[in-house]
Design a protein around this ligand. Structure first.
Ligand code: BES
Ligand code: ZN
Length: 461
């Protein structure tokens, strides 16, 4: 950073900040007038072609790209090949993760087979024993109860599924049935694997209440809980990293910009919008900026295994040195940026506060004719960056489309206008920092030409 290499300049800037000079410019470099600013924007915007993005999505969204599968790997190869074709040096960053495959479950009670569900991370096991009603399964509920060798029947509510299972297991239960406290099925998780668990399954409210009533009449019910073929398998996913070093060696700041998206999708969904759209926009920005003069390092990263818990982005951030983290001035995450059926483009930060990324992008939005709002939400790859102290924001259309995480998240729902608008805003904001005439940005400072932008209440709808 200019600042670290030139301590004297740093002092000057620090002094100027103290008296309220817009922070993104050194004292002797006033913000260019609006006209000039637009001319800079146009250098990048004019080159962005929605058709290119659309074609990337057509290729990527031919099938689901579940992390760890061959289809995800094919997406990784496609993305890397595209970055290379634009002249980028790329790196594929592999990482391992544990994938849980749901078991087959069945429950019979009093000779009747009931409709049941598994809890994610339940151990396997087949247990036949008498049912004992154990209330909500809290510590005080099971206190003094002899559940040895029994199947505990527990109602949903008050404490987590995990706590219920652990409390019952500690009191000796061999298996746990948790029934709903409202209509509908429970699709629950125990959070992580644990040797202290016993097999755990879910029943409907109706079935659970019936069993509870029979037990309260003093009758005995023998039941069988069967959980088989659940597996935890170690698999490998990958991040794709493409780097553009500053072209202006002499003017180079040592700052870094990260543009991100995730290339994996959920099982059963082609993920055209989630998030082939963000990958496509990243590829297109990479293409247009490849041969432009820049003084800032730009890293385009597409993450794997986002849908399984932001695993790829955590891996990437973990792999960064403190020095690199300090040099990243902002992370722009584009996730679901091309649906014709979604709402307005909104920037979401993890803490709900404005930051460098939102300031720069709100300013770019005003210049390109799309004023933006911001709000508070995690749920995408900007989270690990935020947690590492890096200004970051998620760009997403809000409310999201009804096809989210369904087989209908397909190419025919993609809007070229939406893609174009997002890529223009992110492109203009990124180029604002990266172009050689703008001196190094201070981290977490306001945009050069501050604009007002409103906060929306509530997270993503
Ligand atoms: N693209 C979504 C992000 C999202 C956020 C969609 C809010 C709809 C509303 C992302 O891929 C996703 O599905 N994220 C997961 C969370 C993640 C930690 C596994 C989610 O929101 O369920
Ligand atoms: Zn997504």
């Amino acid at each position: 950073m200019v600042i670290r290499r030139k301590p004297f300049a740093a002092l000057l800037i620090a002094a100027s900040l103290a008296v309220g000079v817009p922070a993104a410019y050194a004292k002797d470099a006033p913000a260019p007038p609006a006209q000039a600013q637009k001319a800079f924007d146009n250098k990048i915007i004019k080159k962005i072609k929605a058709d290119n993005m659309y074609n990337h999505i057509a290729h990527l969204a031919a099938e689901p790209r579940v992390a760890g599968t061959e289809a995800e790997w094919e997406a990784v190869e496609y993305i890397e090949e595209k970055f290379n074709s634009y002249g980028y040096e790329t790196e594929i960053q592999p990482f391992k993760f544990e994938n849980y495959y749901a078991p087959k479950v069945s429950v019979t009670a009093g000779g009747e087979t009931l409709s049941s569900n598994s809890f994610t991370y339940t151990p396997n096991g087949v247990v036949t024993a008498d049912l004992v009603y154990a209330g909500l399964g809290t510590v005080s509920d099971v206190e003094g109860m002899d559940l040895s060798g029994k199947i505990a029947l527990i109602q949903r509510g008050e404490i987590s599924f995990t706590e219920k299972v652990l409390n019952a297991a500690k009191a000796g239960a061999s298996a746990v049935i948790i029934f709903n406290n409202a209509p509908g099925v429970i699709n629950g998780t125990l959070g992580e694997a644990n040797d202290d668990y016993v097999p755990a399954v879910a029943l409907s409210q109706d079935d659970g209440e019936k069993l509870k009533t029979v037990l309260s009449e003093g009758q005995t019910i023998s039941a069988t809980v069967s959980v088989t073929d659940g597996r935890i398998v170690e698999e490998t996913s990958h991040n794709v990293i493409a780097v553009k070093k500053p072209t202006q060696k002499k003017k180079a700041t040592d700052q870094i910009i990260v543009v991100g998206a995730h290339h994996d999708s959920v099982d059963g969904a082609p993920g055209a919008n989630d998030d082939a759209s963000g990958v496509a926009a990243s590829l297109e920005l990479a293409r247009v900026i490849a041969n432009m003069p820049t003084d800032t390092e730009i890293r385009f990263v597409t993450f794997g295994a986002e849908e399984l818990g932001l695993i790829g982005s955590y891996e990437y951030v973990d792999s960064l040195s403190q020095n690199e983290r300090d040099r990243i001035v902002g992370m722009w995450q584009m996730d679901m940026v091309g649906s014709r059926d979604a709402g307005e483009l909104v920037m979401f930060t993890v803490d709900g506060e404005k930051n460098t990324v939102t300031d720069l992008s709100a300013a770019a939005g005003v210049r390109t004719g799309t004023p933006l709002t911001y709000g508070q939400e995690g749920r995408s790859d900007h989270v690990p960056f935020y947690e590492a102290g890096i200004p970051s924001a998620l760009f997403i259309h809000n409310p999201v489309e009804p096809w989210y995480h369904t087989p209908e998240d397909s190419l025919d729902k993609i809007s070229k206008e939406k893609l174009q608008e997002t890529a223009e805003i992110v492109g203009a904001a990124v180029y604002h920092v990266a172009r050689p005439d703008t001196p190094a940005l201070e981290r977490a400072r306001v945009a050069p030409k501050p604009v007002d932008y409103e906060k929306i209440v509530g997270g993503i709808q």
